[in-house]
Design a protein around this ligand. Structure first.
Ligand code: TXA
Ligand code: MG
Length: 335
């Protein structure tokens, strides 16, 4: 969808005056506020019902803005080199970096931590909005805390509606899962949340990263996206190993989400579902990128369909598969 420069300009003015603007990024829609406006930040937490211990990502659209947010000089030289390499190769893109924070960033944005999360989104609307405002927008995903992330403006409208001052409709988001969160503030870089940039891509640029927390469900999370119940639909969701789906008996009241066309077809042959209603496939050909794009979209659809339970097939673990499985396992643990 084409948004006029005027519409983005008006949204930027609204941000500067302290209002909340939902906007598209290449991953999911964000709920934005000027990072330096504490009253606007307060509203983000209220609208999302987000606990204050969960810090926000600051979105920038040029490298100068990074200096105003993060204290790069206090990084170890080796971490500074890794930051330079990652920002050169992967920004703009679905990668959030945890860096030492500048005092100018309000504590509310970072939940009182000494670090700040920074991301340079790869989306023309997001970039224009950021550049026309104060240059740094705090934005969590534009969904109520713990619920499915929005990949369309309609999802934001349905979930947060009138509580958001402006929703910029940029169509469906391309990547479909949130950015990868990588902590560069300590010695060995550590993945805190798997996401739109695979570990393999990061390691090809900076060498080994600590991956022990990715996908882990922690008692005391380093990053609240690690909370075990997160990204959940309202309907119960159960997760099934790829080989197990075929044995699931068809029940007309249930929803089914297959990873690819091959396993869906095998299940059709085995179970012969009659008047099948709620059967979806993440990617007909098994493309991981397409599966990620469709993930939240199809979960939203099944969640609204009224099915009694959503049965989902896990993705293979490589590349973006670990981000897909991370979101699915957190969506499933509530039940
Ligand atoms: O793709 C994305 O990252 C989307 C779009 C809108 O940019 N944003 C997003 O924001 O997913 P949110 O708030 O839903 O997730 C931010 C994650 C949370 O898991 C939060 O705990 C973590 O980043 N985070 C933020 N600041 C942090 C910090 N200083 N240290 C560790 N984790 C941090
Ligand atoms: Mg979120």
């Amino acid at each position: 969808m084409l948004l006029s420069d005027d519409a983005i300009g008006r949204a930027a003015e609204a941000l500067v005056s302290g209002l909340l603007v939902a906007f598209p990024t290449e991953t999911v829609y964000g709920l934005g506020a000027d990072v330096f406006n504490v009253a606007a930040l307060e509203r983000i937490f209220a609208v999302k019902r987000r606990p204050r211990f969960d810090p926000l990502i600051i979105h920038i659209a040029d490298m100068d803005a990074l200096e105003g947010i993060a204290d790069i000089s206090s990084l170890e030289p080796v971490s500074r080199e890794k930051l330079a390499a990652l920002s050169r190769c992967l920004w703009p893109g679905p990668l959030t970096l945890i860096l030492p924070k500048r005092p100018a960033v309000p504590d509310l944005a970072t939940a009182g931590l000494a670090t700040v999360a920074v991301r340079f989104p790869d989306h023309p609307v997001a970039q224009k909005l950021i550049r026309l405002s104060t240059g740094a927008i705090a934005a969590p995903s534009a969904n109520p805390f713990g619920y499915l992330s929005p990949t369309r403006a309609e999802h934001v409208q349905e979930q947060l509606g009138a509580q958001v001052d402006i929703i910029l409709d940029g169509g469906r988001t391309g990547i479909g899962v949130e950015s990868t969160v990588l902590d560069l503030s300590t010695g060995l870089p550590r993945i805190l949340r798997p996401g739109g940039t695979s570990r393999e891509r990061i390691e090809a640029i900076i060498g080994p990263v600590d991956n022990s927390e990715q996908g882990g469900i922690l008692e005391a999370p380093h990053s609240p996206g690690q909370l075990k119940s997160h990204y959940a639909p309202r309907s119960p969701l159960t997760l099934h190993c790829p080989g197990d789906m075929i044995a699931l008996p068809y029940r007309a009241s249930e929803g089914y989400l297959f990873f690819d066309g091959k396993s869906r077809d095998a299940w059709y042959t085995a179970q012969e579902p009659r008047d099948a209603r709620w059967i979806r496939t993440l990617s007909e050909t098994g493309s991981m990128a397409e599966a990620a794009t469709n993930l939240f979209d199809q979960l939203h659809e099944l969640d609204k369909s009224g099915c009694s339970i959503i049965r989902v097939e896990q993705a293979p673990e490589d590349g973006l598969g670990s981000a897909i499985n991370d979101r699915l396992s957190r969506a499933a643990t509530m039940y």
